[in-house]
Structures are given as C-alpha cells and as structure tokens.
Design a protein around this ligand. Structure first.
Ligand SMILES: *Cc1c(COP(=O)(O)O)cnc(C)c1O
Length: 432
C-alpha cells in the first residue's frame, strides 16, 4: 500500500514559511520549491529505504532519491556505518588519506577509460574542470554542448540554443556574461548532422564535445542507435575530446555507466551523485596523457579544500561495494521495467497520450504522443497534466520529481509491493 498522507501538514507549512525568510524561494536548489508543479514541498524529517517522511509524519514512496545518488535507498546500514566510522576519525585533514586511494581504485576499475582521476565536491565542479582540462590539453577554446543537457551551473554551461542565433550559445541565466558562453556551441541531441555542422563552421577550434550519454535532465531521452558511436567518430577525426557527463548515468545504467552499457570510450568522464553515496563528491578523469595537464603535474589549475573528504570517500566506497554484489543491476532493471510497464499501461487504459522512456532504473513518462528524441520534442509534453498528476500522487504518498523534465529514480530499496502501490496511485491520479 502507498502510505496515504493522513496527517495534516502543519509542521511542514510552518517550517517552509520560515525557510522562505532565510533562502530565496525557501530552498537551497530551485527545483525543490515546486514552482513547476504548484503547491508547497513537504519539509523532510528523515528517510529510510525507499521512503521519505515529512515533519508531520507522512511517508512518501520516493522516486527522487536526492536526484540520483541514493541507488541503495535512504540510510542504508552499510553506508551509515561507514560514515560514522570515518567521522569518528575526524572530518577533514587537507592531507592525503588511504580512503581516497580506495575509492579512486574502485572508480578506475569500474571505468577502464579513466586512467587518472581527481575528486572534487560536486558534479558542477567535475564538468567545469573537465572542460578546463580539455581546453588546456587541446589549446582550443570552443566546446559543443547539447540543448537540454544539464552539466551543473557553471557560467559557460548555462547556455541553450537562442531563437535568433540557432547554433550560438546565449546565456540561459541572468548574471551570465555573454562572453562566458561565447565559446559554447549548442546542438540538438540525437542529430549528428548538427554536430558535423559545428565542426565545419569552426575547424580546428573545438576543444571538446560534452554530452550526457543518456540525457536525464530533459527527462530521460535515450541516444538513438549509432548516435554515441557517431559522436566518438567525429571527435576522433577532428582531434577534439569526447567528454561523457556520467554524473547521473555512472554506476546507474550499468556499474560502468553508459560507456559500459553502450560500449563507447570517451576521452574524459565526469561522475557525481552515486559515487558519493549521498555525500558531496564529483570526479573527473580520463586518459593519462590528458589528465597529466592537471596541477601539480601540469599547467591546468584546479583545487578544493574539501576534495577527497574522508566522510564522502567512505560513503562512496560503501555504496560501490554494495553495487558490486551479484544480481544488483538485473534487479534494478527488473524493478524499472515493472514500474515503466505499469505507468505505460495506466496511460493507455485511460487514453492519455504518453511516451515512456526507460534506461535501467531511470525513467520518464512524457505526457505527449511523442516521439521524444531531443529538447524540442521533450517540450511538447503537457506540463500542466504532469503538475496535476504530481500533486495527486503526493496526496497518495508517492513522491515523483517536481518537474516533467527530471527522471524518476528506482532504488534497490524499492520492492514489487511499492512499485505496484505506485502504479495503483498513478492510475487514480490520472483519473483525478
Ligand atoms: C546533477 C548533475 C550535474 C551537477 O551536479 P551537482 O552535484 O548538482 O553540481 C552535472 N551533470 C549532470 C548530468 C547532472 O545530472
């Protein structure tokens, strides 16, 4: 059974009102404010397994999972114990530790394309640093990113295709100077001709192509067959680097990420989310000769006071050890498929136009007849319907991401019973 939210929301409302006096919109990351779906977010007191609980004691089956990291579910015993052990030995030293070696070795075993890596404290830092390395290594300034792909909030990456200048980056946020995105070229996802056109327009000037190999920040949009292979071939031919932003897909769509699932070898890889087990960790790494440009070996500067933080390293190691157990990814695949099938047939039964995309344990049901293959087609989704369904699900004890354009994350803590309860609640929500 989905938990019905029988309790009132008094304590949540009071806490969120106070938060609004402290933080812009009451939150420390904008999507949490529920502006895309309306209503107020529950204020969370604790979480366990696949459920989060608000201050008033209402439980929700959680498909947000902190936006990706919590593939084991909340408060997994092994992760909690690892963090407690590490904390007892001190929170940070600013000196090397063996825990860094341990997690570093685990990352490198999982991602054979990573010969040398560096830990940072967020996905944003990982992509920002990888691009600096790509520019330092190639001596070129321009980068190609894809409309609808999110790589964190650094200035250069907050760019989308502008309507007037279809292929040149325009700032996607106030406060980003035009100069910061002037070297950022935009292309639609799943369209190799558009990438060829950028290389033809800027011969010898593009340092790197950065891509979420399975975009999950415009909703989940799988790469078309041959697309990632095409990006690899074009970048290789042009002596530009291919950067896979696997902050979501790493340890998610396979233990070795999308590069293992699709058999593609990028030059640089960015990781985050799962690799920190719920604590702040990012990684960038790749071929040795490229990563050797990073200080102190080379001229590309990058640093971090809390990089390689022992608590975060411990949480990451504990998480990856759990993910190495046999059958884990088969189980995630099974649970994801069960949820996907259920949501799809509920839409079909009610005649609601929907396009369901799933890769392993990440999925998005777009409320559009589709097809959805890029940002423009994702935008055809009925976001008003998504908002109504989101609210109706929340009332029924199911927490889906507060935006049509975020993935739903299934964890190992979800079971058939919770998935089926979710499908039942979704069927009701469609009718409501
Ligand atoms: C979340 C995310 C980032 C940014 O990571 P933060 O830790 O939020 O800075 C970068 N790339 C992708 C693909 C992401 O999903």
């Amino acid at each position: 059974m989905a938990n019905t939210t029988a309790q009132p929301h008094t304590l949540s409302r009071t806490a969120f009102a106070r938060a609004q006096t402290l933080f812009p919109g009451g939150v420390n990351s904008p999507v949490r404010a529920f502006r895309a779906v309306g209503g107020e977010p529950p204020v969370i007191a604790r979480a366990a397994g696949c459920r989060v609980y608000d201050l008033d004691g209402n439980g929700y089956i959680d498909y947000v999972g902190a936006y990706g990291p919590l593939i084991l579910g909340h408060a997994h015993a092994a992760v909690v114990a690892a963090i407690q052990r590490a904390a007892a030995d001190g929170a940070s030293y600013g000196m090397p530790t063996r825990l860094e070696n341990e997690l570093g070795a685990l990352v490198r075993e999982a991602f054979p394309t990573i010969e040398l890596l560096r830990f940072v404290s967020s996905g944003t830092e990982a992509t920002m640093s990888a691009l600096r390395v790509a520019r330092g290594f190639t001596g070129r300034d321009k980068i190609v990113k894809f409309a609808g792909c999110y790589h964190g909030h650094s200035d250069q990456l907050l760019a989308q295709a502008g309507s007037g200048i279809a292929t040149l980056g325009l700032p996607g946020s106030a406060g980003v100077p035009a100069a910061a995105v002037s070297e950022t070229l935009i292309a639609p996802f799943n369209n190799l001709a558009a990438v060829e056109a950028q290389f033809a327009a800027w011969p010898g000037q593009i340092a790197a192509v950065i891509v979420e190999p399975v975009p999950a920040n415009m909703g989940v949009v799988p790469p078309a067959p041959g697309y990632l292979e095409g990006l690899r071939a074009i970048t290789r031919r042009e002596s530009a680097l291919l950067i896979f932003d696997e902050v979501i897909t790493g340890f998610r769509v396979a233990y070795g990420g999308a590069q293992a699932r699709y058999g593609i070898e990028p030059d640089l890889t960015c990781l985050g989310k799962i690799v920190g087990g719920g604590l702040p960790v990012g990684v960038y790494g790749g071929r040795r000769e490229i990563m050797e440009v990073v200080a102190p070996l080379g001229p590309v500067y990058q640093a971090g006071t809390l990089s390689g933080n022992p608590l975060a390293m411990a949480a990451g190691c504990a998480t990856l050890h759990e993910l190495q157990k046999p059958g884990v990814y088969e189980r995630l695949e099974e649970l994801g498929a069960r949820l996907g099938r259920g949501l799809e047939s509920a839409c079909r039964a009610r005649g609601v136009p929907a396009t369901l995309h799933r890769v392993g344990s990440i999925l998005t049901g777009f409320f559009t007849a589709g097809p959805v293959q890029d940002y423009a087609s994702a935008q055809t989704a009925d976001t008003a319907r998504y908002a109504r369904v989101h609210t109706a699900l929340l009332e029924r004890g199911v927490f889906l991401a507060p935006s049509q354009f975020e993935a739903a994350f299934v964890s190992l803590a979800h079971g058939e019973a919770e998935i089926d309860a979710t499908i039942a609640a979704f069927t009701e929500a469609l009718a409501a």
